[in-house]
Design a protein around this ligand. Sequence first.
Ligand code: NAP
Length: 284
Amino acid sequence: MTEWRGAPVAKALTEQLTLRVNALKEKGVLPTLAVVRVGEREDDLSYERGLTKRFSSAGAAVRTVALPLTVSQEELEETVRSLNEEETIHGILVFSPLPKPLDGDRVRALISPRKDVDCMGDDNAFCVYAGRGKPDIPGYPPCTPQAVLELLDFYGYDLTGKNVTVVGRSAVVGKPLAMLLLQRNATVTICHTRTKDLPAVCRSADLLVVCAGKAKLVGKDCLRDGACVVDVGIHVIDGQLCGDVDPAVTESADLCAITPVPGGVGAVTTAVLLKHTVDAAERS
Ligand code: NAP
């Protein structure tokens, strides 16, 4: 069984992107991502640390706009509007979910599509679902689903004609991922909490992608011999990180390949964010 680790994928992407960052710097452009964070959730801080490290390793920049929990809707919206206007900012990421009573939908809708590097607004989402771009709208997919594709490409997994089951239908991971897989000519089945006999549907897959947000949901009963598995889930159980797939399957099931948690898809996500930001800087 092969382990599809994220680190080599992220490293290869970062190396290619460093060349593009250097070329931009020679033209006087420093690719810069603005991160808007409200409060100090540990998840947000940890993701912020990871992406700052990734950007710095490629010579790109991150500007954090840290706002207090008391920030008003108007102040937050004004922050996004002013980042839209700033020429030296190429990408904007607003950490979600926003604390109540802030209205995340209104904030996400304000992000300029040209700077919407994690597909938070409807314009880029349209492109992902339609499978085509629009003039002046780059159509950046959300970073996590795109990270799954980067990982599969790196390990040479050809999706054409493959039966792929995606467990999860969230707007940020499962649904857009299913669309990206469809564009690569996979035959895609999407599962959710009302799916009947989840193990049987999973067993029909050549490739199983699990993004259900339920620790150890997928066990040996969900896997046919020779299947490949991408585990997008991230959980902390008793201080240990684990995914949506029970790690025991690596011993009990006869798999072709699996992504580890930690060290799988999560490691690639920040590299995709860098890729979209560099692309936005090149277009600017
Ligand atoms: P989410 O919004 O909670 O969505 C979970 C989806 O899974 C829902 O569509 C839900 O179905 C489905 N689901 C839940 N339990 C199920 C079950 N028992 N059987 C079948 N389907 C089930 O989660 P998310 O934001 O998409 O995130 C999913 C996971 O990915 C989380 O663990 C998250 O931490 C992780 N994540 C990882 C990264 C990364 O970079 N690696 C990035 C983002 C998220 P219903 O629609 O019917 O409720």
